[in-house]
Design a protein around this ligand. Structure first.
Ligand code: ADP
Ligand code: MG
Length: 784
């Protein structure tokens, strides 16, 4: 058992160039790191005074603006991951206002490989450690849950083409009679290696992004919980260790009053504030000594994290702080919350359980062994049923016994429960049907009836006596059986009580109830590869619209801010590929060298053996040349290992970069969808005006002529294509403007619009051009 308080860290987000930094100082002393925030006093009252109010907060450690992601992982997440690997539960949660860097810390930035956050780094670390430990068998699963307005959604659902959060499967909480929490509908997917786990994380993040619309900035208003479940077992042992690690990205902690929102957003904000409020209540209750009731049930989040906040868990909190002047008061309230959390004391215990299936196997084996032993002692093989021959023998014995008038006579069938039971049944039949079964017994002279009755009484007494004897025998025999049964039933109750096992991936309640919820990783992969799509475009919008839409998208993606990042990443990826290729060649080279050296050694050995045969007097002595060759091989092996580990690292980086690119491309696609659908909603009457507008633009006929249907193909082209070509660039008719800005602008005056003749299609084209101009003008880039 490990007893300690919740570790609370602070991370300060870099202050933006245009932001005014608030006044704070960090003292990262060995024992008492503290963060001091200073704010002008009475500023709100309108009169100026020079007094300052300062607040000092203590943390386990404070990471200032320049702290990098690898340092955060090493200091905060690695110790928790180590505990989880040894069988304890762990939780890391990020708390802070929107924009303070919670997602950046937990998941990572979407641009650079070095920006990857705690989740991908933890997965990498855990799988690395599991691979190194061959003494145990490990199973790893992951789940990804989003809680929005008190509803849970399964982010790892690969079957849904979710374009709204409501399309994702709803996760509900069920509580059993022992007050254990079960999450119904939450997918637990097995990941056998880092790559599979990262793919699942990517799938979840993509679902999270797609489900978010500008109207519903779910990421700042929802809580996301990524959970890694690890179970381990030593070969041959019935004990399994199950542990889980929750990585929690909480909703923004900002207060409602400050944000000044209303209506639907206010409802959301109330929900969030309420759930964070309940989280705080739970935390206060946990920090209080002698408090028996902890109000976990008030919100979904506290229910889910029930066994991971207080009690049996290694819990860590990261308070993310934005230290620019505007946000300093929110940062102070985040720090206050952190101080309360730091008071909670947790006792983490190992989650060990006995696997009932393995126990049954062990007990069966024991029974087999005992039977063999019995057969050895009695010299007879014991079957479960009595043979026909044995039954006849028993009938005879019973008849003889009943006929025998000697009160001392006994019925001896040996210490065999089956025979004893049979005798009882048989006697019962005789007593119940004296006229049929016991004809011979009762066909005596009626005058002797009295005597007979006496004998019957005696017999009954005898029977009673035998009964007692048999009972003693039965008790003795049952004793051993009971022991085994006891163990088994104890096992079942422990199993039923166990929270850990129920939430353990291999034993999940849901699993047994609805196996169809568990799909293979293959399916997940198929899904993630099918993600590049424009769902609303492919949805029955008609071919013409799709064609125009595709063209519009081509232009849109060029203008999108992320296209620069995509380009950069593409370059980086290419560079990494080249590096990987180089390393691959190097590896081959080293391998060839080793083989060559090995060949040399063999040659040398053959030569020396031949020499020994032709000249037997000469003794085979230590060969310096061979030793030299061996040393060279060792050196080469070392260098092979070195290069190989670089190669492996590079592979992970390349995979990560590819996922990042996918994510960015998806984002562009989504932004486009939102923009396009907004354009589609604009009133029709604007359109005729545009034909006479001086800002009319050239429209390329291929908009309409192109027969290529907008489908996932065109977007996978977008994904693959590195040239990123714009039809506008080709025609030179629509693209000009600042060549360095990467923003392309519509021409200010244009000759003609080669329209299609289809009035609806033409109107759509013009609406698109008009809208695009509006945007550019808003950005200050459009033509005047
Ligand atoms: P939150 O999840 O708390 O709302 P985000 O993690 O989305 O905030 O961060 C907001 C923005 O600030 C993102 O663009 C993110 O990349 C950036 N950011 C946050 N923390 C850091 C950091 N430590 N270093 C660099 N950029 C950061
Ligand atoms: Mg966020």
């Amino acid at each position: 058992m490990v007893k300690e308080t919740i570790r609370v860290y602070a991370r300060v987000k870099p202050v933006g160039r245009r932001q005014q930094a608030g006044s704070y100082s960090v003292e990262n002393e060995e024992h008492l790191p503290s963060l001091e925030i200073t704010v002008p006093r009475d500023l709100a009252d309108g009169f100026i005074n020079n007094k300052q109010e300062s607040y000092k907060f203590k943390f386990e450690k404070i990471f200032d603006q320049e702290a990098k992601q690898d340092v955060i992982f090493d200091s905060i997440a690695k110790p928790v991951a180590e505990c989880v690997l040894s069988g304890y539960n762990g939780t890391i949660f990020a708390y802070g206002q929107t924009g303070s860097g919670k997602t950046f810390t937990i998941t990572g930035g979407a641009e650079r490989y070095s920006d990857r956050g705690i989740i991908p780094r933890t997965l990498s670390y855990i799988f690395d450690q599991l691979q190194k430990d061959s003494s145990k068998m490990y199973t790893t699963h992951v789940s990804y849950l989003e809680i929005y307005n008190e509803c849970g959604y399964d982010l790892l659902d690969p079957r849904h083409e979710a374009s709204r959060m409501e399309d994702l499967p709803k996760v509900t909480i069920m509580e059993d009679s022992d007050q254990n929490i079960h999450l119904k509908n939450l997918s637990l997917l097995q990941a056998t290696n880092e790559e599979e786990a990262l793919n699942l994380l990517f799938l979840g993040d993509t679902n999270r992004m797609i489900a978010e619309t500008p109207m519903n900035q779910a990421s700042s208003r929802s809580h996301c919980i990524f959970t890694i479940y690890i179970s381990s077992k030593e070969p041959g042992s019935a004990t399994i260790r199950c542990s889980k690690l929750h990585l929690v990205d909480l909703a923004g902690s900002e207060r409602v009053a400050k944000t000044g929102i209303g209506g639907r957003l206010l409802t959301e904000a109330k929900y969030i504030n309420l759930s964070l409020h309940y989280l705080e209540q739970v935390i206060i209750a946990l920090a209080e000594k002698n408090r028996s009731h902890i109000p976990y049930r008030n919100s979904m989040m506290t229910s889910v994290l029930r066994d991971s906040l207080g009690g049996n868990c290694m819990t860590t909190m990261i308070a993310t702080l934005a230290m620019d002047k505007r946000n300093i008061d929110e940062s102070i309230s985040t720090c206050r919350f952190a101080q309360r959390v730091a008071l909670i004391r947790n006792e983490a215990v190992l989650n060990e359980e006995i696997d009932p299936r393995l126990m049954i196997v062990q007990l069966k084996k024991e029974i087999r062994d005992l039977k063999d032993e019995l057969a050895l002692v009695t010299g007879k093989q014991r079957m479960s049923e009595l043979s026909q021959e044995e039954l006849l023998q028993l009938d005879e014995l019973i008849q003889t016994f009943l006929k025998d008038r000697d009160p001392d006579s006994s019925l001896d069938v040996g210490a065999d429960m089956r025979k004893i039971k049979y005798c009882f049944v048989h006697m019962k039949q005789i007593i119940n049907h004296p006229m049929t079964s016991g004809k011979k017994l009762f066909s005596q002279d009626i005058s002797e009836e009295k005597k007979h009755n006496e004998e019957l009484g005696k017999l009954k007494g005898l029977l009673q006596q035998r009964d007692n004897e048999i009972n003693i025998l039965v008790t003795m025999l049952e004793k051993e059986k009971k022991k085994a049964r006891g163990a088994l039933s104890q096992l079942n109750t422990t199993y039923a009580d166990s929270t850990v096992l129920k939430q353990c991936p291999s034993m999940n309640l849901e699993e047994s109830q609805s196996p169809s919820r568990y799909f293979s990783l293959e399916e997940a992969k198929v899904f993630s590869s099918s993600i590049p799509r424009l769902p609303f475009l492919s949805r029955a919008t008609g071919e013409k619209l799709s064609l125009r839409c595709q063209e519009a998208f081509e232009v849109f993606k060029q203008d999108h801010a992320d296209s620069i990042t995509i380009e950069d990443n593409k370059q980086l990826l290419k560079q990494r590929f080249d590096e990987a290729k180089c390393l691959g060649e190097k590896l081959n080279e080293v391998r060839n060298k080793i083989n060559h050296l090995k060949g040399k050694i063999i040659q040398r050995q053959i030569q020396r053996a031949a020499l020994a045969v032709s000249n037997p007097s000469e003794e085979l002595t230590f060969d310096l040349v061979e030793e030299n060759l061996r040393m060279q091989i060792e050196e080469e092996k070392k260098s092979y290992k070195r290069v190989y580990s670089c190669f492996k690292g590079l592979k992970v980086e390349i995979e990560h970069l590819q996922l990042l690119m996918e994510k960015l491309k998806m984002k562009v696609q989504k932004d486009f969808e939102v923009w396009w659908s907004e354009e589609a909603k604009k009133p029709q009457q604007e359109k005729p005006e545009m034909i006479t507008s001086p800002n009319t633009a050239t429209v390329y006929p291929q908009f309409i002529r192109s027969s290529q249907h907008l489908s996932s193909n065109s977007f996978s082209d977008f994904n693959k294509d590195s040239s990123y070509e714009d039809p506008a660039v080709k025609t030179n008719s629509i693209t000009f403007g600042n060549p360095t800005s990467k923003i392309r602008i519509l021409p200010s005056s244009s000759t003609s619009i080669p329209l299609t003749g289809d009035s609806q299609a033409d109107a759509d084209i013009l609406a698109f051009i008009k809208a695009r101009q509006n945007i550019l003008q808003k950005k200050g880039l459009g033509n005047k």
